[in-house]
Design a protein around this ligand. Structure first.
Ligand code: SAM
Length: 332
């Protein structure tokens, strides 16, 4: 369905990523510090009523795809009830979820019943010990069981793996090889500086170019596939494999020209680019009693002032601070 909502660069906007919490039950080192995290008080999170109102409003403007993320979305009490409310909104064509899988297993039949479009599962390694070292929690089995069960239920799954030197580079090939046997999309992501630790910029060895070069050494006949419209990934396939491989230039930012997404953070801030630091506090506007029409006007103004790419957004961060957020508050 074509979008009816466009930004100031003529790009359609039809995809909302919404963080339902900033809490997480893992401590992935590339995302947040191990200790000393100040979680938002509950009253600072958008309520289900506020989320439903907002999604309904955005659906009326042209948003048709929603992803719930976080933090770990299953840590939000009654997440399944929220999902039920969102799938019932007119104009929302598909609802997706990004999760680490730890609490997902019991909800899989219900996710299927509600028609979830896909689940992105974060899994940076297939090795139990490396999983523990990366996430600082010994929980590999839970994520793996969730993966197997999602497959058994025929729910489309994408595995998200951030590629990091001295952490999981040896996992690239085993993760890619999963696609031979499972109809899964394994996506390798460049590490970004959203680690909640302040202005630390990783010296990026594993760029999208390096990731592909490495994959091609193990799979010399790796095929390049056509990328779906607005996709952030470069798509590949091992010949004969059931699943596909995606490589995401999240730090190099090669895909901004076709970006169709907006984000709403756990604290209700609108981000029209992952690299901006929030362009509109929607929660405050809603709690100040703004009408739907006025809220729509504010949103439209924000969409009409969108930076052309992630570099421009980073340069014009309004609060003047370098990137120091954790991806868990932004909603990855
Ligand atoms: N808790 C859920 C999960 O683990 O999937 C959802 C939130 S998590 C922040 C969403 C995604 O962001 C994960 O796939 C994670 O790998 C990615 N992510 C977090 N920090 C990142 C970073 N510094 N660079 C690249 N990706 C990152």
């Amino acid at each position: 369905m074509p979008s009816s909502l466009f930004d100031n660069h003529g790009r359609p906007i039809n995809y909302l990523r919404l963080a339902v919490t900033d809490r997480c039950n893992l401590r992935c080192f590339y995302c947040m510090p191990e200790e000393g995290i100040n979680y938002l008080p509950k009253k600072e999170l958008l309520t289900f009523e506020e989320i439903e109102r907002l999604v309904r409003l955005l659906a009326g403007m042209g948003i048709s795809k929603v992803r719930l993320t976080g933090g770990e979305p299953f840590l939000r009490t009654d997440l399944m009830k929220l999902i039920e409310r969102i799938v019932a909104i007119d104009g929302i064509r598909d609802l997706h979820l990004t999760t680490n899988g730890l609490l997902t297993l019991p909800h899989i039949p219900e996710l299927k019943r509600l028609g979830i479009a896909s689940v992105n599962l974060s899994l940076d390694t297939l090795d139990k010990d490396r999983f523990k070292s990366i996430t600082r929690r010994d929980e590999f089995e839970k994520t793996w069981k969730a993966f197997e069960q999602l497959m058994a239920y025929g729910i489309p799954v994408k595995i998200n793996a951030v590629v990091m030197e001295n952490k999981n580079a040896e996992d690239l090939i085993p993760l890619a090889a999963l696609t031979r046997h499972f109809p899964v999309s394994v996506r390798f992501i460049e590490e970004m500086p959203f680690n909640g630790e302040g202005s630390h910029y990783p010296q990026l060895k594993w760029t999208h170019v390096e990731i592909v070069r490495h994959l091609k050494q193990a799979f010399p006949d790796l095929q390049r596939e056509v990328d779906p419209e607005h996709s952030t990934a470069y798509h590949y396939r091992i010949p004969g494999a059931k699943g596909s491989i995606g490589v995401i230039a999240a730090f190099t930012r090669t895909f901004c020209g076709t970006c169709n997404r907006i984000r709403i953070t756990a604290q209700g801030e609108l981000k029209t680019c992952l690299y901006d630091d929030g362009v509109l506090n929607i929660k405050t506007l809603m709690r100040d009693g703004l009408s739907d029409d006025d809220l729509k006007l504010h949103l439209q103004n924000a969409f009409s002032a969108r930076p052309k790419d992630g570099f421009e957004a980073e340069r014009s961060r309004s609060k003047g601070t370098p990137i120091n957020e954790s991806m868990s508050t932004i909603g990855g």
